[in-house]
Design a protein around this ligand. Structure first.
Ligand code: C2E
Ligand code: MG
Ligand code: MG
Length: 668
């Protein structure tokens, strides 16, 4: 099968997830960068504070520990003890320099000038003053405030990082002098940098872990949603029962094939397939068996098609094939033949074998239609023709189908409008009793007087009404009208109404008939319903129940057109028939064909032994009537005795028919 374009949702999903991943990655990187800056600032702040603190500590240390410092500040030189203290201070590696100033900011002593440890410190005589020319620092310090600075790379002979603190020495609120101390901060910075690096490494490791986890979670979620997407898109494209494509995806592929063909791609055809008598399998063996047949049908179709062809189930028992690479009608008809043959083979269902053929309608893109919708429509018309021409066969689209269908459509529209108008009426055909002379009732026959087409035969519009669902309202109208009419007749006359199988499927007939009788005030025993064998072939249990209920109400039941369908004798004893109507096809040959005489005689005798009365339809000649009378037929109906008449022309008299010779005359 061709690659399906609908993997699109997954692609979108993938793009979405890729974006989410990228966003997460960027988020992690951003958080990392912000954290790095924050840590860097924190480390800088920490160093600043530590550097200031240690510088102040050392300055205070000098102030507190050096003996006779007050004397030095007072300009009296440095005592031996003070000198020794200062020398000791020089041994402190961290303090690489210190200075003392008098209260005017003049330099009294610089540690570098104290000489080696053996040398006595000397009082500096230099003029370098406090604050290195920075007046703000100078005035702050001389005003009694501590000033501390962290400095980097100021002189080649000084440590790369150091702090410098000015601490005024005050006594009783008066400034005596100032201690300035330089503290090496290189090691401290290295310590802080190491600590920063450790923290940063840990934080980044955590971030990487969190990022990894996020990525793993996102990946898992993406995989899950991709699987769910794939499942959903599979379900959206396929029929879950047969595994074939569904109608929507078939239509989509059809559109694509049409597009490809119009851009120079290969020709293609559509085959519409409908299973014959699938409903019977469903009804008689149950839905599970029906489902299994559908699965096997789909599998057989898949085996038949070539790579690139498509198999779809359009719904119910309808399938479709898209045949690609078609090089002429012969290729299509070969595939049609193979389909009819393959689906016609028996189906094995849990121990039993069932048969179910198919009809196929085909149309070719380009020659039959030039757009996908039209192609489908035409393949469908061809299928309709295949079915009409006797199932288990295939048919190609033919332009005359369109015209016939259009006529049908128009007629359906007209019929819908005709219901409830004077265009529709009932004619009544007389039924005579066993002597051929006594009127027993009438059969109601529907007539449609179409404004343009004149009288449309029931054989044409009744099947149309059955196919389109119009038979429901139409049938109810017939029942109501026939009952209402019959109620005005002499009480020994009955009325027979024809019912379609479709009325049993869609209407609650017992209720509909009950209402028609009540409305007319007609006793149930005066109503007879006529059904055909086609009704008994499907859904038998429900039909049987309805017929029994009607029979129990007192309504008579007649089997119409007996002998034309399957004439299964089992119907005769399973269903509660009161009457059997021998079809006109037999009556016609009575008296001229001995075999027909024999068949009719046998039917009458069989029916009588089952206590079923027999009516002979279509009596047209005297010999026919004579033969039927001789064989003990119970009821007669036909043009010889009376044609169907509008209600106004019914006379209800025995032994007469208004437009033909009377039965008595007929009998001579
Ligand atoms: P049917 O129920 O078998 O009705 C008998 C048909 O045979 C009628 O045709 C009637 O006019 C015709 N007929 C009667 N005697 C003779 C005869 O001696 N010679 C010939 N050649 N024909 C005779 P019609 O009225 O055209 O009805 C055709 C069929 O349409 C009916 O067959 C019945 O199946 C169906 N139909 C008619 N009215 C209704 C209706 O109201 N509801 C339903 N569901 N079907 C109806
Ligand atoms: Mg009838
Ligand atoms: Mg009939």
């Amino acid at each position: 099968m061709a690659l399906w374009p609908g993997s699109e949702p997954s692609m979108n999903n993938w793009t979405l997830h890729k974006r989410q991943w990228l966003a997460s990655l960027l988020g992690v990187l951003l958080i990392g960068a912000v954290l790095a800056v924050v840590l860097r600032l924190a480390a800088g702040g920490l160093l600043q504070r530590e550097a200031e603190r240690t510088a102040l500590v050392w300055a205070h240390q000098i102030e507190a520990t050096v003996s006779d410092l007050d004397d030095l500040f007072a300009g009296q030189g440095l005592s031996e003890a003070g000198r020794a203290d200062l020398r000791r201070l020089r041994l402190v590696r961290e303090v690489f320099r210190f200075k003392l100033f008098d209260r005017d900011g003049r330099t009294l002593l610089v540690s570098d000038e104290l000489g080696g440890t053996a040398e006595p410190p000397t009082v500096a005589t230099g003029t370098q003053s406090l604050g290195h020319g920075n007046e703000t620092v100078r005035s702050m310090v001389l005003g009694g405030a501590n000033v501390v600075e962290l400095l980097r790379n100021t002189h080649a002979d000084r440590p790369a990082v150091y702090s410098e603190a000015y601490v005024p020495v005050l006594r009783g609120g008066h400034l005596l002098g100032v201690v300035e101390v330089y503290v090496d901060q290189v090691e401290r910075q290295a310590d802080i940098d190491r600590a920063f690096l450790t923290v940063a490494t840990a934080v980044f490791a955590l971030l990487a872990l969190a990022g990894g986890l996020l990525a793993a979670l996102a990946w898992r979620q993406w995989r899950r949603s991709r699987l769910a997407d794939e499942r959903l898109s599979y379900l959206a494209r396929h029929d879950p029962l047969s595994g074939s494509l569904n109608r929507a995806s078939f239509n989509e592929l059809l559109r694509q094939a049409a597009w490809r063909q119009s851009s120079g791609g290969p020709d293609f055809a559509v085959l519409c397939i409908d299973l014959d008598r699938f409903k019977d399998i469903n009804d008689s063996l149950g839905h599970a068996a029906g489902d299994e047949v559908l699965r096997q049908v789909a599998a057989r179709l898949r085996d038949l098609v070539r790579h690139g062809d498509m198999v779809a189930r359009l719904g119910g028992d309808e399938f479709a094939l898209l045949q690609t690479g078609v090089d002429g009608p012969e290729a299509v008809s070969r595939l049609c033949e193979r389909v009819v043959e393959s689906l016609g083979l028996p189906y094995e269902l849990a121990g039993q074998t069932v048969a179910c053929g198919c009809s196929v309608g085909a149309a070719i893109y380009g020659s039959d239609a030039d757009n996908d919708e039209d192609l489908m429509h035409k393949a469908d018309l061809a299928l309709y023709r295949a079915k009409a021409s006797g199932r288990s066969t295939f048919s190609f689209y033919d332009a005359s189908l369109d015209e016939r269908l259009e006529v049908r459509r128009q007629l359906t529209r007209d019929l819908r409008e005709a219901i409830g108008t004077a265009q529709l009426s009932l004619h009544y055909q007389a039924l005579y009793g066993s002597d051929g002379q006594t009127l027993t009732g009438y059969e109601a026959l529907l007539r449609w007087n179409h404004p343009q087409r004149g009288n449309v035969p029931p054989a044409e519009f009744i099947p149309l009404a059955e196919d389109t669902g119009l038979i429901g309202p139409l049938g109810r109208w017939v029942l109501r009208s026939a009952c209402a009419e019959a109620a005005s007749w002499p009480s020994h006359l009955s009325v027979a109404v024809n019912l379609s199988a479709a009325q049993f499927r869609h209407d609650n007939l017992v209720e509909v008939i009950g209402r028609a009788l009540d409305a007319a005030g007609l006793p149930a025993r005066r109503l007879e319903i006529e059904i055909t064998e086609s009704l008994l072939m499907s859904n038998t249990e429900q039909v049987l129940a309805t017929l029994r209920a009607l029979s129990a109400m007192g309504v008579s039941i007649a089997m119409d057109d007996f002998g034309t369908g399957y004439s299964s004798l089992s119907y005769l004893w399973r269903f509660p028939f009161d009457k059997l109507k021998i079809d006109r096809a037999f009556t016609q040959h009575l008296g001229t064909d001995d075999k027909v005489n024999l068949i009719v005689k046998s039917i009458i005798s069989l029916a009588h032994s089952l206590e079923i009365r027999v009516n002979a339809e279509g009596v047209e000649t005297h010999p026919q009537l004579r033969a039927l009378l001789d064989q003990g037929c119970d009821e007669f109906q036909g043009f010889l005795l009376g044609r169907p008449q509008p209600v106004g022309r019914l006379a209800h008299g025995d032994q007469r028919a208004d437009d033909t010779s009377a039965a008595s005359t007929a009998l001579g």
